[in-house]
Write a protein that binds this ligand. Structure first.
Ligand code: NAD
Length: 281
């Protein structure tokens, strides 16, 4: 079984991006800039943002974090986004989710210019991705896609089963694999026989949020299994895939932690650089 090392893949991607940033700096005399807006003091969000900032600095991006208290008015945030939209030194804008209840998430997402939407959540980017046009792609599914391609460069005709239909993970994952000519089944909480669906798959991507939902006897030999889940349990952090059981059958499997997680942040940096390049085309 191939243990898909997300940490290593992310380190390699960051190295490539670092070279790319050096080239862009030589060509344009400026570097891509990422601005993250962090609202409130939720510990996981603070950790994510700190890691994003650290990785951005590592590859040579200009990075900035703007912090607001929980009580900040929606209007203040929207005005700041407008200001960043107009700022030529800012290539990518990310508003760390979740947001306090009094702030309308969709309004925030739609205020970010699609060309600076490094999370790929703006409806324009969602539409472009599903139409097969150039777009920012949400970072986690993009990371999963790159890991799958490392194991199997030619995905044409493969049967992929996506478990979970969230806008963040399942749906964009479906679009990325359709583009590769996979036959994609998207499953969810109302799917009748999830085991039977998974047993058909050459590729399984599990993004559900239920600890160890995908069992060993749901996976046929030679399946590539990507585990997006991050679930806190009494036994520590586990994924949506029963790792020990599935590793006996799968051709390749991502661990949790150390699989998809590190690729998510590396893909945010990649998206920021792509936004910069599109802006300067
Ligand atoms: P979500 O709650 O938005 O969506 C979960 C999806 O799972 C829904 O579409 C639902 O229909 C489906 N589902 C629920 N119960 C099911 C069942 N019994 N069988 C089949 N499908 C079922 O979740 P999300 O935001 O996509 O996140 C999923 C998991 O991925 C979470 O554990 C989250 O923490 C993790 N996550 C990881 C990363 C990363 O970087 N590794 C990034 C984002 C999310």
């Amino acid at each position: 079984m191939i243990l898909i090392d997300g940490k290593k893949a992310a380190a390699e991607l960051r190295q490539e991006l670092k070279h790319e940033v050096t080239g862009l700096k030589a060509k344009y005399n400026k570097v891509p800039g990422l601005t993250v807006i962090l609202i409130g003091d939720l510990t996981p969000s603070q950790i994510y943002v700190r890691n994003k900032e650290k990785s951005a600095n590592e590859v040579g991006l200009k990075s900035e974090v703007i912090k607001y208290p929980d009580s900040v008015e929606e209007k203040t945030v929207l005005e700041k986004i407008e200001q960043l939209n107009a700022d030529e030194t800012v290539s990518g804008i990310l508003v760390q989710l979740p947001l306090p209840k009094h702030i309308d998430k969709q309004k925030v997402i739609e205020t970010i210019l699609p060309s600076k939407d490094v999370d790929g959540f703006h409806p324009m980017n969602v539409g472009n991705l599903s139409s097969g046009y150039e777009s920012s792609v949400p970072c986690t599914p993009l990371g999963c896609y790159l890991l799958i391609k490392k194991v199997e460069p030619n995905l044409s005709g493969k049967k992929a089963v996506i478990v979970g239909r969230s806008n963040l993970n399942g749906k964009p994952m479906t679009q990325l694999l359709l583009k590769e000519n996979c036959t994609v089944t998207i499953t969810h909480s109302k799917t009748k026989d999830l085991k039977a669906e998974c047993l058909e798959a050459d590729i399984i991507v599990a993004a559900v949020g239920i600890p160890e939902l995908v069992k060993g006897d749901w996976v046929k030999k030679d399946t590539i299994v990507i585990d997006v889940g991050i679930n806190k349990t009494e036994n520590g952090i586990v994924g949506d895939v029963a790792f020990d059981e599935v590793s006996k059958n799968a051709k390749a499997l991502t661990p949790v932690p150390g699989g998809v997680g590190p690729m998510t942040i590396a893909c945010l940096l990649k998206n920021t650089i792509e936004c910069f390049k599109r802006l300067h085309k």
